[in-house]
Write a protein that binds this ligand. Sequence first.
Ligand SMILES: [Zn+2]
Ligand SMILES: [Zn+2]
Length: 380
Amino acid sequence: MAKKDYYEVLDLQKGASENDIKRAYKRLASKHHPDKNQGSKDAEEKFKEINEAYEVLGDAEKRAAYDQYGHAAFEQGGGAGGFGGGFGGGGFGGFEDIFSEMFGGGFGGGGRRNRVVRGDDLRYDIEISLEEAVKGCKKDIRISTLAECDTCHGSGAEKGSKVETCSHCHGSGRIRRQQGFFVTEAVCPSCHGSGKKIEKPCKSCHGDGRVQKAKNLSVTIPAGVDTGNQLRLSGEGAAGENGAPAGDLYVVIHVREHDIFERDGSNLYCEVPISFTMAALGGEIEVPTLDGKLKLKIPAETQTGKLFRVRGKGVTSPRGGYAGDLICKVVIETPVALNDEQKDLLRKLEESLEGKSQHRPQQEGFLDSVKNFFSNLGKN
Ligand SMILES: [Zn+2]
Ligand SMILES: [Zn+2]
């Protein structure tokens, strides 16, 4: 029998948004849920179809494959642990999440314990210097995580001992009970949800198949990263249950504040103090860059706060492209600790400038603005 189009099953158009898909799935799964359609074979079939469609369309990667190749994308056992498998069956990614939202975790999902449960993703926060962020670096980190038990290689059973299906729940890990109208479900008390009975549990991991271990990793941090960027180390998270694949490790970058430079995107900023004599007469100063010092020409009559751009001395994004700029802001320093002679010289200079507005480029405009401000204030 030819398979139905997954979009059709969920009553959707091909370009439907993630949210539309989730909503349609919730609506239809709720409507056709076997617990609400006691004994109806049609509802059960329909429910299976809906779950199968959502298993694919609800997952960005699988959906992309489906959009490109149709059902062929999942033939020959490519479809993540097999579809279907009875209502509430195993193998539906996202199924549990949505149903616990919908039904407060009560209904849905017998036999799901035997599905593949990927290990947890982990997060590691790392602090690096600005230089390391800009140039890239290698960092050794040590994380403590659940790793596969070396003694039993994840099976949880002692060497030579048998692992059998739990006879109480027949391997599903869950027990269903009919209580009047409702069907309730509980974790199997005999196997605690694993669906297995281990004759002799492994002594190292007490039958869990995983042990807490510290492991050392070397992380290559690409040049250009910034605070908040994440690196994903695939498969370096916690080991999965029953020998399932491990989760991923996310390394989150934090760049320490720098004494000289401040970063904004691909640009670096720094403040450079200059004397007022240099500001008036011009000259040359040395400014720091991340690759050493650089000479910067200060033109005569430079005002405080002026920005000078040094092209290409900023940061290159990890995605490539051009490097940003280094932007130097000059700040004019007021001389301190002057002796009498020096103070005298300044007074003489001031006398010679007095009353001559051509020496004070900002003064006139400022006084005008002040005048306007107060006369407008009077009008209101
Ligand atoms: Zn073990
Ligand atoms: Zn059991």
